[in-house]
Design a protein around this ligand. Sequence first.
Ligand code: GLU
Length: 471
Amino acid sequence: MKVRTRFAPSPTGLLHIGGARTALFSWLYARKTGGDFILRIEDTDLERSTQASIDAILEAMDWLDLAYDEGPFYQTQRFDRYREVIQQLLDNGQAYRCYCSKEELDALREAQMVRKEKPRYDGRWRDSTATPPAGVQPVIRFKNPLDGVVEFEDLVRGKITIANAELDDLIIARSDGVPTYNLCVVVDDIDMNVTHVIRGDDHINNTPRQINIMRALGAALPKFAHVPMILGNDGQRLSKRHGAVGVMQYRDEGYLPEALLNYLVRLGWSHGDQEVFSRDELIQLFEIENINRAPSSFSPDKLLWLNQHYIKTLPAERIAAELQWHLTQQNLDTSRGPALVDVIEAQRERAKTLVELVAASRYFYEPVNSYDAAAMKKQVSAETPHYLQVVAEHLGALQVWDEAAIHEAITASCEQLQVKLGKVGPALRLATTGGTSSPALDVTLKLLSKDTVLQRINIFIEFVKNSASSA
Ligand code: GLU
């Protein structure tokens, strides 16, 4: 049977790290098995669901490149179908109307608490032949089996057994007719032929109830895999306190989706002690059974390490594509100046994030309009204008503008001046980039182009002379 997995977020906020990991696991398993991955938006909670959340989820799925084969399906567009199933359950005697008022239920709960019993509906309308009270809109409850157990083999947790005596008769439609969460999930998982339900273990208590409804409907049961939660490095459930929780915030902070996905997959899944996985490797190696049972904790340092790894190793074209968004955000026009891919090649060893990469690359595309003050003090002396003049002459004479020629011109300048490179290099870097950190000088100058380099040296010489005379 073809594997069909689904990711079923409720659009009540951003797509957070835990959700993204669930989506990734579901996606990976579908890809691995040649199956289908479905996106289903569980938007029946009309008060808490928002279009902004839906958009944020779709944007994040897109950014992470977790393409779905079907969907997005919206539960709010399937109410007719849920009503049909509720009617079917009523007709078959597998569900019933319950006319209890809120006061009655409160009294029931209180009495149970007094007796130190678990609060649960006592089934008083289950087989009742009493005349319904006038004017009360009933809820509809599912007739949960009264005895026996629900047993299933969770692909992560192993065998789980719950006594039916623990489960009460779940409301499947509210008094206003709106179907409830567990009913919708069951109908969808059946109608969408889902074979593997991979989801957060906060849903594990719903599973026995859902299994009972599926059985009542005569449906084949999917397999279940409940993924443990993610903790912050303080052992508490991951939340805003631990930093970014929305996936797109990681994009904003300069992370590559490749790094985030690689990070997420390792958060609770392992293959030996391998840390870095390409997408193809993941698809090959992923096994639900290798998801850890224990919660995993989030480590921002490791994510940063992976990001740096991907910045260093991905094709420059791929990084350039991802960088476009940041260039717009940081207002850097790279249409004139060196090719972006060449700048990426030159800079990638030094940047941990794309935000840093853009910030550190401005001088390739914008004039230098200030110089690092501390470096000015330290690297610039009364001789500097003369030194740089000589360098400019050597550079200006070059017929070929490549790293080797530039390197030779700088070496020849130092020889002519009888000074060490240390007297010339830092000043030259300051003149051409405004700062103290850039790729190797020959690489930097090559990228900047001969005209720009000569122009910047001249401007710098004037600046130094002026500062000296006004000092
Ligand atoms: N809509 C649920 C949530 O966002 C997921 C339900 C499921 O995967 O079965 O937590």
